[in-house]
Ligand binder design. Structure first.
Ligand code: FAD
Length: 219
């Protein structure tokens, strides 16, 4: 049975677009970028959330989209600083490895699917991925821009609002994906984006064992 521990909320920020940034005391939690923790509501329902903070931060942070009538995310959205939350130990199978000269990392994220990649960027600031493809609906959904300065190829897409970024879907930038059988392709977020990436890379001859997924939401 999963064991849960109490952690105090150090801060909670609400973006205009309904994403909550939850910052918790870390205690002695050890994790690697890509790991999740299950967060429990007061009626013992729990959901996994990807850790967004870096391995050297002295707090744990999460990016959580508030879902209309969502049992856990709605509960979390009503919490306040200094409230206590029950969270599990870290777990997960999605672990972006550090780049090396032969294998470049290519990251794809939609929405809060940026969280594990932010954890990677904060943990290994001198070892950024070669490319990040990041799609959101609105400008207020964008998180972590300051962590992207070291990324050589950055493709941000905003689908529902005009901005200085590409206006449209993340898929519209796929022609820029660096293709090599040595690269590692990591995708996180909405299932439909992940399927689009897999299909595109398959048609380009990239082996499926070089593509790694974390599906947050089937849609
Ligand atoms: C490994 C893993 C890591 C995850 N990490 C994160 C994370 O870092 N941040 C995060 O916000 N979520 C993350 N999720 C999703 C999260 O676990 C919950 O599924 C989500 O918060 C909804 O839970 P809920 O209890 O609020 O809604 P529920 O009561 O479970 O669902 C209500 C309805 O909302 C739909 N729904 C669920 N997610 C979405 C969505 N994103 N958009 C629209 N509709 C949706 C469901 O299909 C369902 O019909 C992750 C999921 C997995 C599997």
């Amino acid at each position: 049975m999963t064991s849960f521990n109490k952690h105090k909320i150090l801060n909670i920020h609400h973006s205009n677009s309904g994403i909550i940034e939850l910052i918790l005391e870390r205690k002695d939690v050890l994790f690697k970028p890509g790991d999740c923790m299950a967060i429990s509501s007061n009626d013992a329902k729990s959901r996994p959330y990807s850790i967004c903070s870096g391995i050297n931060d002295n707090f744990l942070s999460f990016l959580i989209r508030k879902i209309e009538n969502g049992q856990v995310s709605k509960y979390l959205s009503n919490l306040k600083k200094n409230d206590q939350l029950l969270i599990s130990e870290p777990f997960g199978w999605f672990s972006p490895l550090k780049n090396n000269t032969n294998q470049k990392n290519i990251f794809f994220a939609t929405g809060t699917g940026i969280a594990p990649f932010l954890s990677y960027l904060k943990s290994y600031p001198n070892n950024p991925p070669d490319s990040l493809f990041y799609g959101v609906r609105k400008k207020d959904d964008l998180f972590g821009i300051n962590n992207f300065t070291m990324i050589k190829n950055l493709y941000i897409s905003i689908s529902k609002e005009e901005s200085k970024y590409h206006n449209g879907r993340i898929t519209e930038n796929f022609s820029h994906i660096p293709l090599s059988k040595n690269n590692n392709y990591y995708c996180c977020g909405r299932e439909s984006m992940i399927n689009d990436v897999r299909i595109f890379l398959k048609t380009k001859g990239i082996s499926k064992n070089k593509i790694f997924n974390e599906v947050f939401f089937n849609g």
